[in-house]
Design a protein around this ligand. Sequence first.
Ligand code: HEM
Length: 455
Amino acid sequence: MGFEHWFNRSLNRVWGFIEERAGIPKWALRPQPAFTFKPSYWTGAFVANAFFMQVVTGLLLLLYYEPSVAPTLTSCGQTLGTYSTAPAAWCSTYYLIHSVPMGNLLLSTHLYGAYAMLFLAFIHFYRGYYLGAYKKPREFSWMAGTLLLLLTLGMGFTGYVLPYTQISLNATNVGIVLALRLPTLGALTAPFLIADGTPQGLLSRMFALHVLVIPLALGALLYAHIALFESHGIAPPATSDPLQRNRYVHSEEKKQVPFWPHIFFYMTKWALLYLGLLLGIAALWPWQLPTYVGNLAVTQTVTEPDWYFLWLFKLVDFYGVTPVIAVGITVVLMLYVLALPFIDRSPRRHPRDRPIVVMIGNTLLGFFILLTVWGGLTPGVQILPIGVAERLGPIAAINVLVVTLFYLRYRKSYQARLIARGSEYRLPGAYPVLGRGAPVVGASAPRTAEVSSVD
Ligand code: HEM
């Protein structure tokens, strides 16, 4: 008996013992179908991994951070000059960067980790959007996910002001003014966001929200999100739709891969790669701390949020877009995403079958990228209606044109193929209505109609 055999058998025994006592298979860490072992199926796990790393680096930062606006000389007075004082929050960050071994690496890892988590959450969201992962029976997973995305943005917003730099405080004030314009909700949340209206009140609230309230809410919601995922199982590929070409057969779902050791090592590999990349980027391009709030030596500072809120800042620069209108647009967007499973209710999951949803998704993505770049290049510069029409108009027009052409081309070839095969299936608008007992696409219930006849 070789060492490898002995090792695997021992691991299985130990894991089997733990699994049985802890009842793990009943609540988590289920085996997954073999076909899911591609990164695109694990985007949510990547976000969860990024969140875990944020918790670890954030707890380490807590050892040094002082959430106070009181002027202090103690930790950074020496470098700034005997007579200059700076808020304690900024000083403790300055001290971490300049005096704590690897302090700057830790801080930069936390900051870039936040960017990565947001970026991965957007990827996870858009993947689900295009592939119709929100369809029955995963509506609640989608809604919990939308709230997770909002909470992740909330983490970014509340964390930005903590080093108490002038640029971050300016942007936070703009964000708070926008949030307070929310009908009803604004007035209700005001005392929680700004406390007694003093600078210390604001910083204390942002600190409490960032290190305790939002992470706890995020953790609880994440638990619900993953529990829902465990109960439904992973959504099969969009090609499994009975009206699509058969690149996936239902029996593939039956080939399961156990959590230990396969999934564990698969995820460990990605987690280590993520950590290595993050540390590498943080070491090569460490974050530079901007000047502190109230530095009299600096006459002018810009008001600029982190990149993920630039689009909203640019929106307010549009001619005629008041803060109330900007907030209104954001609320409508949020409601659209939240209610999407109930708006797009057809059982079709393949993007080819959902041209309208794809068009809206492309338009939002295009606008989001454009406004972000625009906001970064010309923050605070007002845009006249002609400028808006010149830039946003072509994006919307090209998107509608390309999606429509693709759809028409696909419709023609697909219909020709169906006619050649004598199939009774029809394209959107003329699809047969799935009655009771008909296959639910994407549900874990076995489908009766197999796909192989449609090719
Ligand atoms: C903090 C943010 C989030 C975390 C940590 C997270 C985590 C996860 C995890 C671990 C899974 C299991 C499958 C996988 O690994 O991809 C999952 C699935 C899922 N998530 Fe998220 N998620 C987040 C945000 C979102 C958002 C913003 C949405 C959409 C609005 C969303 C919608 C879904 C859906 C529909 C599934 C089921 C996908 C399938 O079965 O293929 N999640 N999520």
